[in-house]
Design a protein around this ligand. Structure first.
Ligand code: BEZ
Ligand code: FE
Length: 289
C-alpha cells in the first residue's frame, strides 16, 4: 500500500497497528491513532506549528530528571491526571475522595511518634493536625501508616529548598494508634505555584492561566487489606479553590483550619502565639472486587 492522502492515511495506520498481538496494546494503539489523527484533522497545523509542537515535547522530556517530572506536570495541568484518578476510583462508596499525588512525595518518609512536631524548626504559624483512619464501613484501622507532607508558609516544599534548609522537613510517617487515630504538630502551608519555569509554564502563560494550587496538606494512607489512599485536605476560603491549576479540588476535601489564640494547646504545648488546627477522618476502601 502506498500513495496515502489525508483521506486514506488514518485507515492505513489503523490496519498496520491492528497487527499487535496483545489485545490491550492493540486497543490502545488504535485509539491513539484515531484520536491523534482526528486532532490533527481538526487543527490542521501549519509546518511551523507542527515543528513547535515537536519542540515543546522535546523540551518537556529534556526537563525531566530524578527531581523534576515535566510530563507529569503536563498531565496534571491538562486535567489528565485527575481524569485517570476518577476513572480508577469510580466505586469508592464510603471511602475518602482521592486527588493527585503531585511531584513532592518522597518515598519512605521517616517515622515520627504521635504528637511530634514534624516542621523541624521551619518558621510559620503552628498547625495541629489530628485525624482518624477507618475502613469505609467505619471500622477503625489501628496501625495504619499515615504519610503527611506539605509546603511551608511561603508555598515551598522542603525538596525545593533542600540546599538552604539542609534536610527534609514538613513530611513524616505516623502510625495510627489502637483506635486508628493520629495527631501531630507542624506549620500552616500556603498556596503555591507549581514549577512553571519550563515548557508547562510556557503553556500556562500562552493559555492565559495562573500556575497556583490552593493551600493543602497531602496524605497517603496505607492499611492492610485496603487500597492506599492518596489525597489532600484543602484550607477553606483559599482564593484558588475554584481555579486549582491541576483541577484537584473536591468539596469533600475542604476543611476549616480553626484559628486559636495563644495559650494551652494539644499534646502538652503552651503557645505564645496564635495557632491553627485541622481535623480529618479518613475512610479507606477495602481491597479487591
Ligand atoms: C502538589 O500538590 O504537590 C502538586 C500537584 C500537582 C502538580 C504540582 C504539585
Ligand atoms: Fe502539594
Amino acid at each position: 500500500m502506498r500513495n496515502f492522502d489525508e483521506n486514506s492515511i488514518t485507515q492505513a495506520v489503523l490496519d498496520r497497528v491492528s497487527q499487535a498481538k496483545d489485545a490491550r496494546q492493540r486497543q490502545i494503539s488504535q485509539a491513539l491513532v484515531r484520536h491523534l489523527h482526528a486532532f490533527v484533522k481538526e487543527v490542521e497545523p501549519t509546518m511551523p506549528e507542527w515543528e513547535a509542537a515537536i519542540g515543546f515535547l522535546t523540551r518537556t522530556g529534556q526537563m525531566c530528571d530524578d527531581k523534576r517530572q515535566e510530563f507529569i506536570l503536563l498531565s496534571d495541568t491538562l486535567g489528565v491526571s485527575m481524569l485517570v484518578d476518577a476513572i480508577n476510583h469510580r466505586d469508592a462508596a464510603g471511602a475518602t475522595d482521592t486527588t493527585v499525588l503531585g511531584p513532592f512525595y518522597v518515598q519512605g518518609p521517616s517515622e515520627f511518634p504521635l504528637g511530634s512536631d514534624i516542621s523541624e524548626g521551619m518558621k510559620g504559624e503552628p498547625l495541629f493536625v489530628s485525624g482518624s483512619v477507618a475502613s469505609a464501613d467505619g471500622t477503625p484501622l489501628p496501625g495504619a501508616a499515615v504519610d503527611v507532607w506539605h509546603s511551608d508558609e511561603d508555598g515551598y516544599y522542603d525538596v525545593q529548598q533542600i540546599e538552604e534548609i539542609g534536610g527534609l522537613s514538613m513530611r513524616a510517617r505516623l502510625i495510627a494508634d489502637g483506635e486508628g487515630r493520629f495527631h501531630l504538630w507542624t506549620i500552616k502551608p500556603a498556596a503555591y505555584p507549581i514549577p512553571h519555569d519550563g515548557p508547562v509554564g510556557d503553556m500556562l502563560e500562552a493559555q492565559g492561566r495562573h500556575p497556583y494550587r490552593p493551600a493543602h496538606v497531602h496524605f497517603m494512607i496505607h492499611a492492610q487489606g485496603h487500597d492506599t489512599l492518596v489525597t489532600h485536605v484543602f484550607i477553606a476560603g483559599d482564593k484558588y479553590l475554584d481555579s486549582d491549576v491541576v483541577f484537584g479540588v473536591k468539596d469533600s476535601l475542604i476543611r476549616e483550619f480553626a484559628a486559636h489564640s495563644a495559650g494551652p494547646a494539644p499534646a502538652g504545648r503552651v503557645l505564645d502565639r496564635p495557632w491553627s488546627s485541622l481535623h480529618y477522618d479518613f475512610r479507606l476502601k477495602r481491597s479487591g472486587p
